[in-house]
Design a protein around this ligand. Structure first.
Ligand code: SAH
Ligand code: MG
Length: 214
């Protein structure tokens, strides 16, 4: 990671420990030359900087998808709420302006493309094979499962499925990302390919991009 981009990643608001961000960057460096990457769960762009830095290095592109209204756990009264991210007039969260500033300051607007909308809506119209899919959107079971159902199929053979916040033990964190990891392994279409902290990588080992995976 170039020092200037690492400094931007460190300064950005978000939920990406530096060792896991460095791992994400390394995985992205290996894959983004093969086709576009997709991040589900932009928030304020912290992880997008790690991905965008890799995209720049290999002349790749990363799409990053979010409705920018926050997950359940980001809403007022919940653990991960940040009141500076609330649009006072609407009374709703809006992380899009902060994300755009973060990306512009990092100089990564040509490498990272924002897709603003619900994951299920975008997935219904998505047609592009992916070199990398980073699942870090809503951590409720229904959202995490929908992200996998909607987008994992678009990975090309050899493509990387990266899942964040995977905790095997309930006392360490929510179980939905772990369930998605288990589903990916059980499908037979993905092989485990590495772990750092709560970030797990799988490699698509069978099928073709667009074909349903279990
Ligand atoms: N990757 C970010 C953190 C993402 S937090 C980082 O490392 O900093 C999860 C994000 O997922 C939130 O911004 C929330 O708005 C988004 N999200 C949750 N459910 C979603 C859905 N169904 N469709 C689109 N975005 C969703
Ligand atoms: Mg996360």
């Amino acid at each position: 990671m170039p020092a200037d981009l690492l400094a931007h990643a460190r300064a950005a608001k978000g939920f990406m420990p530096e060792d896991e961000g460095a791992f994400l960057h390394a995985i992205a460096l290996e894959h983004l030359a093969d086709g576009p990457g997709l991040e589900v769960g932009t928030y304020c762009g912290k992880s997008a900087i790690y991905l965008g830095a890799a995209a720049r290095a290999v002349d790749g592109i990363v799409f990053t998808l979010d409705h920018h209204r926050g997950s359940e756990e980001n809403q007022a009264g919940w653990e991960h709420h940040d009141e500076t991210l609330v649009d006072a007039e609407l009374g709703r969260m809006d992380t899009l302006p902060v994300f755009r500033r973060t990306l512009a300051l990092a100089g990564l607007e040509d490498e990272v493309v924002a897709v603003v909308g619900r994951s299920t809506t975008v997935a219904a119209h998505w047609r592009s094979p992916l070199s990398l899919l980073f699942v870090d959107g809503g951590h409720a079971e229904v959202h995490a499962q929908n992200d996998y159902t909607g987008f994992a199929r678009w990975l090309m053979p050899g493509g990387a499925l990266v899942i964040h916040d995977v905790f095997e033990r309930p006392e360490d964190g929510g179980q939905a990302p772990f369930h998605v990891w288990q589903r990916a392994v059980a499908s037979g279409a993905f092989e485990p390919a590495g772990t750092v902290g709560s970030m797990r990588v799988l490699s698509r080992s069978s099928g073709t991009a667009g074909e349903h995976v279990g």
